[in-house]
Design a protein around this ligand. Structure first.
Ligand SMILES: Nc1ncnc2c1ncn2[C@@H]1O[C@H](COP(=O)(O)OP(=O)(O)OP(=O)(O)O)[C@@H](O)[C@H]1O
Ligand SMILES: [Mg+2]
Length: 475
């Protein structure tokens, strides 16, 4: 694989693949291999079956044989270009039918695999298709959410947002390093992605790394890569995320948490555009634009000796600050309307409006979790709405109650020091998630199911498994 494993890992989580091949045994074999690597896989042997799945299901990558029970894979590919042009398709071809494969590539297939192929070829190809798909999906979601013209990507009519957009558009075109500051949920990541989108680097990757999410050593090798033998488990050379972002943008989230070793290397990247992979003796060149973000007071970290002052000045070339939502209440209306529209699309609610009193309540709230909290509350309120109108009571129900304000922005964090086994972590998360969904929908199981994107029976089963009683959440 060319791109680093870590990137694949992050895009693979929850990825759903469909394998379509007329040979049922081969289908099953491929599915088994892919499932073994954590993918969810559906298989079909005919065009008809594949069409049915594509109509009702979300598929991230399609692995398609060109000879099918009831027709030709190329026809299916043609149809897909009309209905779902962004779906990456990996073509399977028999040895000797390379012309057809080439034709498929012309029709927009992502790549092809010639039978018989090795496991690692299959996995690498699917992973590459997924990386591309992930980026495309992010962009598509971004465009959908924030309008098409660049001026409306970041919504908000407050003077501070208008000024921010102007500033952003001006610096986007340059390669300047940008430091985005603001409380949690104010839109720092969105600003970083907009900067990338509006830059000449937009066709190259924009890779986000959360500096607080990994232990120091791991963060260093993930970012800068390592050479074989650098540490016990380094069996081969591996590129880091900096290499993966080559030509594009590297978004360093929660930069205040970067350990000293990483800070030193980043300084060198910013000053010399070079870095040393872990254990290497030869430096590498880096052509990336760095955007960093923090919700901490870096001034205090510098004073306490936790953050390098020289790095701060290098990052601070262009500072962009996002004020908390409570200081730009004019933005609450346009943002609420956006989130209500999104909730309506997501849950098929039809047209939903805010009543004047509901809006008043939204404008009065202090939003400690900022825009992210507003998005969650509006979505939950939208689900409770009756007759297409969100009333004050729906907003009140969706707002975090004072007693549980500590969970206002529900965001389970993992203790990186003492990482539990994944199965335990998943259980813990699932339970916390279910409780939060019920809290926001006041124990209304149908609304909770819709919010969670599951059907009612599924949700019931889940609640039973976790011993959660929806009635506990009413009132
Ligand atoms: N001005 C805006 N217009 C449209 N959507 C916004 C705006 N600001 C924030 N959002 C949305 O709110 C959510 C939170 O934003 P984002 O993740 O960028 O915040 P953040 O500052 O990075 O938060 P954290 O510090 O917790 O990581 C996202 O879904 C984002 O798309
Ligand atoms: Mg963020």
């Amino acid at each position: 694989m060319n791109a680093p494993d870590s990137m694949h890992r992050s895009v693979m989580l929850g990825a759903r693949l469909m394998v379509v091949d007329d040979e049922e045994d081969l289908c099953e074999l491929i599915a088994m291999r892919l499932e073994h690597h954590g993918y969810e896989v559906v298989t079909e042997t005919s065009c008809r079956g594949a069409r049915r799945v594509l109509r009702h299901d979300v598929v991230d990558v399609l692995v398609l044989d060109l000879r099918l029970e009831d027709g030709d894979g190329l026809t299916l590919l043609d149809e897909l270009r009309e209905t779902d042009p962004d779906l990456p398709v990996v073509i399977l071809t028999a040895h000797g039918s390379i012309e057809t494969a080439v034709e498929a590539m012309k029709k927009g297939a992502h790549s092809f695999l010639t039978k018989p192929f090795h496991d690692h070829e299959l996995l690498a190809t699917v992973a590459q298709a997924l990386v591309g798909a992930e980026l495309r999906r992010e962009l598509a979601g971004f465009r959908r959410g924030s309008g098409r013209s660049s001026g409306t990507r970041l919504l908000g009519e407050s003077p501070s947002m208008i000024a921010l957009r102007e500033r952003l558009a001006r610096v986007a075109a340059t390669d300047s390093t940008v430091l985005v500051t603001g409380e949690s949920g104010t839109g720092k990541e969105l600003v970083a992605r907009s900067l990338h989108e509006l830059s000449h680097r937009r066709k190259r990757p924009c890779i986000a790394v959360n500096c607080a999410a990994l232990p120091p050593d791991l963060l260093e090798s993930e970012l800068f890569g390592h050479v074989r033998g650098a540490f016990t488990s380094a069996h081969r050379d591996k590129d880091g995320l900096l290499a993966a972002a080559e030509g594009g943008t590297l978004f360093l989230d929660e930069i205040g948490d970067a350990p000293p070793s990483v800070q030193a290397k980043l300084l060198r990247v910013l000053q010399e555009r070079t870095y040393l992979p872990v254990g290497a003796t030869r430096e590498k060149q880096a052509d990336v634009r760095i955007i960093a973000a923090t919700n901490r007071d870096l001034g205090a970290d510098i004073a306490a000796g936790r953050f390098r002052e020289d790095l701060f000045y290098r990052l601070h070339v262009v500072p962009l600050h996002l004020p908390p939502l409570r200081e730009r209440r004019e933005d609450i209306l346009p943002l609420s309307e956006l989130f209500l529209r999104r909730a309506s699309e997501k849950h098929d609610l039809g047209r939903v409006r805010l009543s004047p009193r509901a809006l008043e309540a939204l404008r009065a709230h202090d939003w400690p979790g900022n825009v992210r909290e507003l998005a969650n509350v509006v979505e939950a309120a939208g689900l409770l709405a009756t007759d297409g109108i969100v009333e004050l009571t729906h907003v009140e129900a969706a707002l975090p109650r004072p007693a549980s304000s500590s969970t206002a922005s529900f965001e389970p964090r993992l203790d990186v020091e003492d990482l539990p086994p994944m199965a335990d972590a998943r259980q813990k998360f699932e339970r916390a998630y279910l409780c939060e969904v019920l809290r926001r929908t006041r124990g209304n199981v149908s609304a909770a199911a819709r919010l969670a994107g599951r059907n009612r029976t599924d949700l019931h089963d889940l609640l039973k498994r976790h011993g959660i009683d929806a009635a506990d959440f009413r009132n």
